[in-house]
Structures are given as structure tokens and as C-alpha cells.
Design a protein around this ligand. Structure first.
Ligand SMILES: [Zn+2]
Length: 486
């Protein structure tokens, strides 16, 4: 059976008036779809498919999402779909395109249909990851924000334009993957091999959080991340601290000193290769009106922590941060009277554009050797390295998209040069050479990856209106110039 978005009952008296050919009509269509309950029902249907990519026995389910949900849905909007396989990926990628006129801008969309594990037992009473449930003006369910709800909003926005204008007025390409939560295996290789097929001008996609629940947000890239271990192995086995303490070096103390040499006591990074030379003026400008706020349940910010002189927004969106994620020496659960034989810490650097990821660990090595810590071994932590990316916040397309969102919502969107977290955005920005403009439909307190993942109803409705308006505007012929053929 062919899957299509549910259609709300539309008052047919309106069908003929000239209002039906306008931006407002497009947004009204999207809102009517939402207000009728049809969007909620469509999202509930997708949430009920347990697309847990971290679970080895979900391969069939991943394929179902692509073949029996996304493909017919996009085909119903006039997209031509094909599955793209890559040996590293657990499920095929779905590639969809709707080419109207090659001279018009081509907008690249991206979403992922897989979710992290449901963690069924840990959700609050009465909630389940696979049953979309409304409570306190929020929809609970696995994937409502990461990422099913977000790409459904965008696809519904495309539909609203098609129903109003009869065409998009631009070309659309869409890539949906089913392995984002396991590190997007094969995505990088696929985009490299298929770069002609995937060629486009601008990425407009949705993932991650807004700056806060109320404020529409655009982000233009992501911080990079590198995770690594610092280990000191002094000798085999522990030795009695009464007989040997004072005679044997203590790796726990040495490692604590080594870590302490990396930052000031208040967290300022002291390895100069780990921070950018400066905070660019354009980045500072767009961040002036951005306030970091985790909401009522969020932690309070330690203003004295990190790089001195930066606002919280500059700290997390414009600068780098170093953290010790975990550390261990001796038998921490049941301490014994012994000089521990070894000490270990897992560390992480989040970094912005301007830091050379290939220099992070060599610079650490030099720093440790210089400070007398040559006994510390450094090894990569296994997680995939993400590069830092950022489109110029003053790029004409950024200003143009922000104006479109402002027109729809009456609010000035926050423009973040990058999110604090990490995405494989360089695949799009570097490999596919796209301007990357993300319009998130979530907020920092959404509990993605945890029990009780939820989407505030107001964000979903506003997101739908924003995307309908934005896609409408993209087809008006009044977009900023493209620099093709460069
Ligand atoms: Zn995720």
C-alpha cells in the first residue's frame, strides 16, 4: 500500500480564490495539516517503527522505513527515488530528486530515519518510545526530534508548496540514511562516489536543537570533536602503599598533573594549537543576541569557566572546550592500600574552524614532553573524528534564509555559526561543496538519546510553518546568486 501524508479536510470554498496562490496559503495549508491532527498521526506512524540502528536485529526494520515509508511518501510528491547501497552501511540510503529546471537552484535535504535504542524500561510511567503520546504540550516518542519529526516537517513543507504552486520552483534532492546513530557508516564514501548525482547548491536540512525552545534558529556547521585516551602504565600490578609508597611513582598523581597542565584551574586551554587564533568578528556579531539557556531543567552556567572574556554563547559556539570524560586509577569501587600500577583518562576536545585536527594530538605530545610528562601515552579513543565546519554567518544565503523565517514567525532567528555538538557536516560542506544551512526543530531539553525524548508541540507547528514559507520563497526566483562552476 502506498504511503502518503494524511490530508486534512480542506474547505473547498477557498480553492478558487487568489489567496490560494500565495505564500500565506502555503503556510495555512501546512498549519491546517498540523491542526487537523494529521501531522501528529503521520509522525506517530513513523515513531511506531522501531528503527534502532544500534541493535543488530533491526536490519529489516531499517529497510522498511526506507522502502515502505519514505520512498512512497517522496514519490507522492513527484520525486524519483532510488536506493543507494554502500558495503559499509547496514541499510541502503534513499536518494530522491525532483528536477524542475536545471537553471534553478538545487536544494539538498538530508534526514536520518534511524534512532538510538528505545530504552523502553526507563521512560516515565505511561510513556513508551514507540507510541507517540501527548503530555504537557509535548509529544513523547523515540525519534520525534532525532530525526523523524524533523524530516517529516520538512517533507510536509515541500508538499504544502507543491499543493499551492503546482511545482516547487526549485530543484530538490533528498538523502535519507538509516545509520546516523552508529556514525553514518558509508555516508562519506557514498557522497564521494556519487558526488555528481548528489550535486546541489545549498543544503537546507533539520537536525539538532534550536538555541532555545522559543527562538527559531539557523546553524551553519558544527564543532569538530576528537576523543582520545591518556594513560600511564608504570608497572605490573599494585604494590602495598605502606611498604612501597614514596619509593614508587604514583601514576594517578602524575596523570592528574599532566591533565592539569592542559588547562588553567578555571578551564582555559593552554595548548595554543587547540584554540583558534581569534574569534572572527562576523561570528562575534551574530552571537551578540544569543543567550545560552538550557531551560528550567538545565544546569546553571559557571561564568568563570573556560576562556576568559567570552560570553557563554561565544564559549560554546565560537571557541573550543576540553573535558575529561572519565578517569580511573586503582580499584575505584573498592579502594585497596596500594600504589596503583596505572592511570587512565578519556579526554575530549571540541573545536571550531581554525584548529587543525591533524595537529591536536601531536601538539599534545609536544606539550606533555615539554612539561616532563613523557610517560603519558596518548591513543585515539575509537570514536570517529569529526571536522569543524562553518559557513560564513554573513553569507547572502544565510541572511536570506533568516529573513524568510523572520517573515513567517515574526521573530528574529538566532544565527549560530555552528552548533556546539558535532555532525558529519563536512561531508556536505567540503565533499559536496554545499552551503550548509540547518533549521532545527528541537530544543536543548528534548532528551534525545535518553528516555523521554520529546518534541514541544509549538516547535513542531512553528517549524512546519517556517519550512512551508521557506520552501515557498525558494521557488519565487528571488534567491541570492549561486556561484556555480567554481
Ligand atoms: Zn541522534
Amino acid at each position: 500500500m502506498c504511503r502518503e501524508l494524511r490530508t486534512p479536510a480542506i474547505d473547498s470554498n477557498h480553492a478558487e480564490d487568489k489567496f490560494s496562490m500565495t505564500r500565506e496559503a502555503t503556510i495555512s495549508k501546512a498549519e491546517a495539516y498540523f491542526d487537523s491532527g494529521a501531522f501528529k498521526a503521520d509522525l506517530a506512524h513513523l515513531v511506531a517503527i522501531p528503527t534502532e540502528s544500534q541493535s543488530p536485529d533491526r536490519a529489516e526494520t531499517l529497510l522498511t522505513y526506507i522502502e515502505t515509508e519514505m520512498r512512497p511518501l517522496l514519490e507522492s510528491l513527484g520525486f524519483t527515488c532510488r536506493a543507494l547501497n554502500h558495503p559499509k552501511a547496514k541499510a541502503p540510503f534513499l536518494f530522491a530528486e525532483r528536477i524542475e529546471d536545471r537553471s534553478m537552484p538545487t536544494i539538498f535535504g538530508y534526514g536520518h530515519g534511524d534512532v538510538v535504542r528505545g530504552l523502553d524500561k526507563n521512560w516515565s510511567e505511561g510513556l513508551s518510545p514507540w507510541i507517540l503520546t501527548e503530555r504537557d504540550k509535548r509529544w513523547y516518542g523515540r525519534g520525534v526530534v532525532d530525526n523523524k519529526g524533523q524530516h517529516l516537517i520538512n517533507i510536509a513543507g515541500l508538499r504544502a508548496v507543491l499543493e499551492t504552486r503546482g511545482k516547487l520552483g526549485f530543484n530538490a534532492k533528498y538523502l535519507i540514511e538509516m545509520g546516523e546513530e552508529v556514525g553514518s557508516p558509508g555516508l562519506r564514501e557514498l557522497c564521494h562516489e556519487q558526488r555528481d548525482l548528489l550535486a546541489a547548491d545549498v543544503l537546507i536540512a533539520s537536525d539538532g536543537p534550536r538555541l532555545n525552545a522559543e527562538r527559531p534558529t539557523i546553524f551553519l556547521g558544527s564543532r569538530g570533536v576528537i576523543t582520545f585516551d591518556m594513560t600511564i602504565t608504570a608497572r605490573q600490578g599494585g604494590h602495598h602503599s605502606g611498604n612501597w609508597g614514596g619509593l614508587l611513582s604514583d601514576p594517578a598523581i602524575q596523570l592528574a598533573h599532566a591533565l592539569a597542565s592542559i588547562t588553567s584551574p578555571t578551564g582555559q586551554i593552554r595548548i595554543h594549537e587547540w584554540v583558534p587564533k581569534e574569534l572572527p568578528a562576523a561570528v562575534r556579531r551574530v552571537l551578540t543576541d544569543c543567550e545560552v539557556d538550557g531551560g528550567p531543567d538545565g544546569p546553571s552556567i559557571d561564568l568563570e569557566w573556560g576562556e576568559p572574556g567570552l560570553t557563554p554563547a561565544e564559549q560554546v559556539f565560537g571557541w573550543c572546550s576540553f573535558d575529561v570524560l572519565a578517569m580511573k586509577a586503582g580499584v575505584s569501587e573498592t579502594p585497596v592500600n596500594a600504589v596503583p600500577p596505572s592511570a587512565w583518562a578519556r579526554c575530549q576536545l571540541r573545536f571550531v574552524v581554525g584548529v587543525d585536527p591533524g595537529e591536536v594530538l601531536p601538539a599534545l605530545r609536544r606539550h606533555l614532553d615539554r612539561h616532563g610528562f613523557s610517560m603519558v601515552q596518548i591513543s585515539e579513543g575509537g570514536d570517529e573524528l569529526f571536522n569543524a565546519t562553518r559557513l560564513d554567518p554573513e553569507d547572502a544565503w544565510v541572511t536570506w534564509v533568516a529573513a524568510s523565517l523572520a517573515k513567517t514567525t515574526g521573530k528574529q532567528p538566532a544565527i549560530l555559526p555552528n552548533i556546539g555538538g558535532s555532525l558529519p557536516n563536512d561531508i556536505f560542506s567540503e565533499l559536496l561543496n554545499l552551503r550548509t544551512i540547518w533549521v532545527p526543530h528541537s530544543y536543548p531539553g528534548c532528551s534525545q538519546h535518553a528516555p523521554n525524548e520529546h518534541l514541544p508541540v509549538a516547535i513542531a507547528r512553528e517549524g512546519l510553518a517556517m519550512m512551508a514559507g521557506l520552501y515557498w520563497d525558494l521557488g519565487t526566483g528571488h534567491t541570492p546568486p549561486l556561484d556555480r562552476g567554481s
